[in-house]
Design a protein around this ligand. Structure first.
Ligand SMILES: Cc1ncc(COP(=O)(O)O)c(C=O)c1O
Length: 384
């Protein structure tokens, strides 16, 4: 039997880069500073340049990145903030942490991004109630861009800021431009399994003006403009310089890793195209260039779990991103302050029992991708 192929394996990359990472850590250990300082500033500048955005501000994690952005928008406490229910629940946690109320829209079951028709319904219903949506978070889920043309137009016509959640979309392009520069600001998680991952928690925000960057820097550190004097009530969410130094080792490899992910996706697509029971995710087209943080297929509902178990026996790791949508989770289900598209979330609810995330990342070869596809077909046939 071939070696086990894990769904992801960030440790493999650490082994490959071990001496450069050790040197980066040693640089910080020798004299610091151990809070903020030159490594954080250098990473911020390098991330901004790589993303093609004017400014970047490091912070402690991706959830905080979104919270800091929402705080910086100065919406009245308790405002409705629109987001997909089908996302990492962190997106919704950030809305609640910033003192607002999530309003949850449906997604397109092919791109997995916000469905503009559902967004329009939510915006109109909220407006009609005199309690308008005051910001929208667009999540580029699995590394595929949302329909930014449609969402920007809706945000413009309702006069609300578009915030991007680019946590799964490091390097994703829309009309040739990297995401993170379409909205007023974008939050990125740098969690270890992300396309660019730290070796612990880390996050970064991109934004368009130096004033906005300065405000975000103030908010991430108690509201300080100068040491120990708070101008406003901020939080503590600084990017750790050790993580910044490690991220600087890995950033130059991100483009090549994204290309490798795209090549794995191409192998999956080629081998699975003829399988009537496997629904493939949206790929690149004239507007979208995905970076495949995940490659998520859909299988017939009653068969998905059996296929997953069989794949594990065959030596293939898979994951579910995610087992539940936010509105189905105990924390948010049935809460009066969590609202849904008035038409419900039928696409989200239909896709959840069908999705399966195949192995994806720089830890695996194209040959292994071909083996995974072959074993998926075998598992489907064996569980019919
Ligand atoms: C789409 C999305 N948003 C937000 C987050 C939150 O990031 P973090 O875990 O770094 O707080 C994540 C990562 O888990 C994510 O995938």
């Amino acid at each position: 039997m071939p070696d086990f192929i894990p769904q992801c394996n960030p440790a493999a990359l650490v082994e490959e880069l071990r001496s450069e990472i050790d040197a980066a850590i040693a640089r910080v250990l020798q004299g610091g500073p151990y809070i903020l300082g030159p490594e954080v500033e250098a990473f911020e500048a390098e991330w901004a340049k790589w993303s093609g955005v004017a400014h970047a501000v490091g912070c402690a994690n991706g959830t905080d990145a979104l919270e800091l952005i929402l705080r910086s928008l100065d919406r009245p406490v308790g405002s409705r903030v629109l987001a997909p229910s089908h996302t990492a629940v962190a997106t919704i946690a950030a809305i609640v942490r910033s003192g607002h109320r999530p309003m949850l829209a449906d997604v397109d079951p092919y791109t997995y991004g916000l469905d503009p028709a559902s967004v329009a319904r939510c915006l109109e219903a909220a407006k009609a109630e005199g309690d308008p949506v005051r910001a929208l978070i667009a999540v580029h889920l699995y590394g595929h861009p949302v329909d930014l043309d449609a969402l920007q137009e809706l945000c413009n016509s309702y006069g609300i800021p578009l915030v991007e959640d680019g946590s799964q979309a490091h390097g994703t392009r829309w009309r040739g431009q990297r995401v993170g520069s379409f909205g007023v600001a974008a939050g990125f998680s740098l969690y270890p399994t992300k396309n660019l991952g730290a070796l612990g928690d880390a996050g970064v925000i991109t934004c368009l003006s130096s004033e906005h960057a300065a405000r975000l820097k103030r908010l991430r550190q108690y509201g300080w403009e100068q040491p120990a004097i708070s101008e406003e009530p901020g939080v503590n969410s600084r990017l750790d310089p050790l993580q910044a130094a490690i991220l600087r080792v890995k950033l130059p490899l991100l483009e090549a890793h994204n290309r490798h992910r795209q090549a794995i996706a191409a192998v999956y697509r080629e081998q699975l195209m003829g399988q009537a029971t496997v629904k493939l995710p949206a790929g690149a087209d004239e507007r979208a260039e995905p970076v495949y943080h995940q490659f998520v297929v859909q299988l017939p509902e009653p068969q998905r779990d059996a296929v997953r178990a069989r794949l594990a026996e065959l030596g293939v790791g898979t994951l579910l991103h995610y087992p539940q949508a936010a509105h189905q989770m105990p924390a948010y289900r049935g809460q009066a302050w969590v609202e849904l598209d008035p038409a419900g979330l039928p696409a989200t609810e239909a896709l959840l029992p069908r999705i399966l995330s195949l192995p994806m990342g720089p830890h695996m070869s194209l040959d292994q991708a071909a083996q995974v596809a072959e074993m998926l077909v075998q598992a489907i046939e064996g569980t019919r």
